[in-house]
Design a protein. Structure first.
Length: 336
């Protein structure tokens, strides 16, 4: 990461604090715009036509949602159309424009299209840091019936959409769509629960993204030819099971705590979340199957480039985050 990208990353973090500390919708809108413009240099690449095209698409989509968001704010702020009894409808439309900005279903198609042009670390920023300001603004006004509908849609599209995918990036993006349902559920409980879920989700996700970046993986068929250290394979297996929410891993503990709290609000939604998590776990197992079970077959004439890895800084960072997951698992199991 060069100095200019470091500056834009700091600006992105500043936009999150601006949105958090704002006491008016206009300053919240400014925080969203700074966040969008700070992320654009990470996508754009001058000599790559695909990345240039995707950066323009991302900018147009974010601009459309921001214009809609600003238009609704102006109507509500200055009462342009003399609306007195329609505040709920305007606030719901504000939430819809924020859902569109997030890439939540049923507005997720633009995100699936753009995701192929991102690097793995840019995907991590896109799935975590970029999502925080809109989600914080959604938490300011929660219409429960509307949020129930969004949770169900994200469960269905996120779990079923990843079944027939061969691209690992698209599988991870559908996984992110599914995790929107858990984010919305945690928002309906409390903001502290939401921040707790985001911290744990980010910790699991960065371990997976670093592994895919180190191995330079993009498609499922590359996993059949992957040869690397057996301990690395075990760590990535634990991370995928944790992201799938299998007990006793870290991903299960966060979802378990949310389920216990949310079952008092609506037990039917929890059943849908649990059933769709099984479908998600199925395509995580699809990712693990060639790495874990088919690694014993060795082709004599094939040269495995990933067999002897250089122990650079990225590998040490990945090992640190992975073992942090394991330490947190043992800590939470001791507590509960």
């Amino acid at each position: 990461m060069n100095n200019s990208k470091m500056m834009f990353f700091i600006l992105m973090i500043f936009s999150i604090f601006l949105t958090l500390s704002s006491n008016s919708w206009i300053s919240c809108w400014m925080g969203l715009e700074i966040n969008t413009l700070a992320f654009l240099p990470f996508i754009f690449k001058k000599n790559n036509s695909l990345k240039s095209e995707m950066s323009i698409k991302y900018f147009i989509i974010q601009s459309m949602s921001s214009i809609n968001f600003l238009f609704l704010i102006m109507i509500m702020k200055f009462n342009l159309w003399n609306l007195k009894n329609y505040d709920n409808i305007i606030l719901m439309n504000i939430n819809l424009s924020l859902m569109f900005k997030l890439g939540s279903s049923p507005f997720h198609l633009w995100m699936i299209n753009i995701i192929e042009s991102l690097t793995w670390m840019n995907m991590f920023i896109f799935f975590t840091i970029q999502k925080l300001p809109p989600l914080i603004l959604i938490s300011y006004y929660l219409n429960y019936k509307f949020m129930y509908l969004m949770i169900i849609l994200n469960c269905l599209f996120g779990s079923l959409g990843g079944l027939n995918q061969l691209s690992i990036r698209k599988i991870m993006s559908f996984s992110s769509i599914y995790n929107f349902s858990w984010m919305f559920s945690s928002l309906m409980i409390s903001e502290n629960m939401f921040l707790f879920f985001m911290m744990m989700y980010s910790l699991i996700l960065i371990s997976l993204m670093l592994f895919f970046s180190l191995m330079n993986l993009s498609y499922m068929n590359q996993l059949y030819l992957l040869k690397t250290n057996k301990w690395f394979i075990l760590i990535i297996l634990l991370n995928l099971l944790s992201l799938g929410g299998l007990p006793p891993f870290l991903g299960f503990i966060t979802k378990w705590i949310i389920s216990i709290s949310f079952i008092k609000i609506n037990s039917f939604i929890i059943i849908i979340l649990m059933m769709s998590s099984l479908i998600n776990l199925y395509y995580y197992i699809q990712l693990m199957y060639p790495i874990f079970l088919l690694n014993k077959f060795e082709i004599k004439w094939f040269q495995f480039f990933n067999k002897n890895l250089n122990w650079n800084l990225k590998i040490w960072i990945w090992i640190f985050f992975s073992f942090t997951n394991l330490i947190l698992i043992s800590f939470f199991m001791f507590m509960f």
